[in-house]
Design a protein around this ligand. Structure first.
Ligand code: PRP
Length: 215
């Protein structure tokens, strides 16, 4: 049987809608009355696992799920050994460097050598500043990174920007974008080769759905 890993949070509703469009119904995960983390889809063809976004590639790498949906940002940060199957065209956001709006930094190159940058995406941040040949100290955080510059702990942050509201309401501005991100369908490479749970037909349908969205 096919098992899919679905991400909690921002991407969940669209992920469930996409699976519904290919005949797999995991909408029970949206039912606030349940705390179940594993469910069978309504047609009995597949099992759904509800996991944190960062953990989706872990279940797919270990082969506990043959398919998963995750943001490109997580793929860039974690570099998991999974097959990148489809750009799903939803969940748009970007990875940016931001600073206090009142600061004098207009570009990342204005940041002081050995200055501090707070981030949940330490690998992306490190790679980016390395590519600029700018030595900085990464301060790893797991959330509310905007507080880094606000409290004076760091000069800048590297973080996801979606609507831009969090930056705005905390007096921060973007000074550059590292890359743009959308939701991606990933697969367990061996299962994909073996077409476990008839996964090719679902992947193909999702590819068609995504192409329609892109138009
Ligand atoms: C993410 C991100 C920003 C915010 C951006 O945080 O880290 O803080 O969303 O969204 P916006 O541009 O639409 O305002 P998340 O909601 O995951 O919370 P966290 O900081 O606790 O991780």
């Amino acid at each position: 049987m096919l098992t899919v890993a679905l991400p909690k949070g921002e991407l969940l509703k669209n992920s469930i809608r996409l699976f519904q469009s290919v005949g797999l119904d995991f909408s029970a995960f949206l039912d606030s009355g349940t705390r179940q983390l594993q469910i069978l889809d309504a047609s009995g063809q597949a099992k759904g696992l509800l996991v944190r976004g960062q953990d989706v590639p872990v279940y797919v790498e270990y082969g506990q799920a043959q398919l998963g949906i995750i943001g490109y940002d997580v793929l860039r940060e974690k570099k998991p050994q999974v097959a990148h199957l489809v750009d799903l065209q939803f969940g748009y956001c970007r990875m940016s460097v931001a600073v206090k709006a009142s600061s004098a930094y207009k570009s990342p190159l204005d940041l002081p050598p050995h200055g501090r940058v707070a981030s949940k995406y330490v690998n992306c941040a490190r790679e980016y500043f390395h590519s600029l040949d700018l030595p900085i100290e990464i301060v790893p955080l797991s959330g509310s990174v905007e507080l880094g510059p606000i409290t004076g702990m760091s000069e800048a942050i590297v973080d996801i920007v979606s609507t831009g509201r969090t930056l705005r309401e905390n007096g921060l501005i973007e000074i550059t974008t590292l890359y743009e991100s959308t939701a991606r369908l990933i697969g367990h490479p061996l299962s994909y080769r073996l077409n476990t749970g008839n996964m090719h037909q679902f992947v193909e349908k999702m590819r068609q759905e995504a192409a329609l969205t892109a138009v």
